[in-house]
Ligand binder design. Sequence first.
Ligand SMILES: Nc1nc2c(ncn2[C@@H]2O[C@H](COP(=O)(O)OP(=O)(O)OP(=O)(O)O)[C@@H](O)[C@H]2O)c(=O)[nH]1
Length: 299
Amino acid sequence: MDFSTSVYDSTQHNNFYPAESTGKSLTFSELSGFVTQLLSTLELQELGGVYFQQLNMLLPVVGFSLSDFDSRWVYGNAKISSTLIDLPLQGANTINGEQAHVYYYISSPLSLSQRESLFQLHDLFGKQVKHALSLTRVQQMATKDILTGLGNRAGFEQSMTRQLGWAQRHDEPFALLVIDLDNFKFVNDNFGHGEGDKVLIHVASHLSNVLRDEDEVFRYGGDEFCCLLDCQTQQQLTCAAQRIQASINSSKYLSQLGVSTSLGGAIYRDGDTISTLFDRADNALYHVKNSGKNSYHAA
Ligand SMILES: Nc1nc2c(ncn2[C@@H]2O[C@H](COP(=O)(O)OP(=O)(O)OP(=O)(O)O)[C@@H](O)[C@H]2O)c(=O)[nH]1
């Protein structure tokens, strides 16, 4: 079997679309790992063990910029004894606003057939990675709230399922906060829906800024937000809730409009499901709403 046949065979026999087959979203590292896995199944003897090893490490790094591979090759002339691979890093990888690159030298020039093999690889991965990425984007859009950029209700349920699984396996609790804006309807009714939208965006940014990186915040729907927090005790949860309230109350913009927040919290207990945990936090919120709003209560 020649090299090109083995590449195409691998495409057919490797399921490169876990997003489709499992319905799970692909993270960067999953996708990179996937490229690594696929690469390691290819028969790259023609490239030699060293090239294979090094490319195996490099390709996942540049994962998403393989489409630039082709045009970025510098062959040098007959007297140059190395080949330069210039791999532009995409996305946030800029240095002082300039595109960041990874340069890679191969000490002896690649033969024509080695180059051909790499171009075939590039072709193959360019298409596959693009496809996997577009699936990931679609999935991300399905779990994102367009107005605030936060995760939406579907995203919340996905994360909650993951967190519940983790808590059960590792016997490590986490906390849920349900947050509802007070008097939000007043803003819509008196200043219009556009102003109401601005308030939601403003609150979302306060929530994102005040929480730790490992915590997650979602717009559950309407003027209701949810946070999944790395808190194991009521004391830690109360601290987080107070920080959120202090942050919202410090906003002149929100206080001028008369908007504040009511919060209900609950900590995971053994055997909890999404709905039992959510209901406890929601009942606590209900309690706050019925006792004057702008406060926090834990179940
Ligand atoms: N501007 C805007 N308004 C929305 C959006 N989604 C839901 N709403 C409005 O949010 C309001 C939510 O109602 P309530 O929670 O009863 O309003 P509230 O004044 O905060 O009531 P309390 O919670 O009792 O203080 C309704 O008027 C909805 O129309 C949205 O995306 N943008």
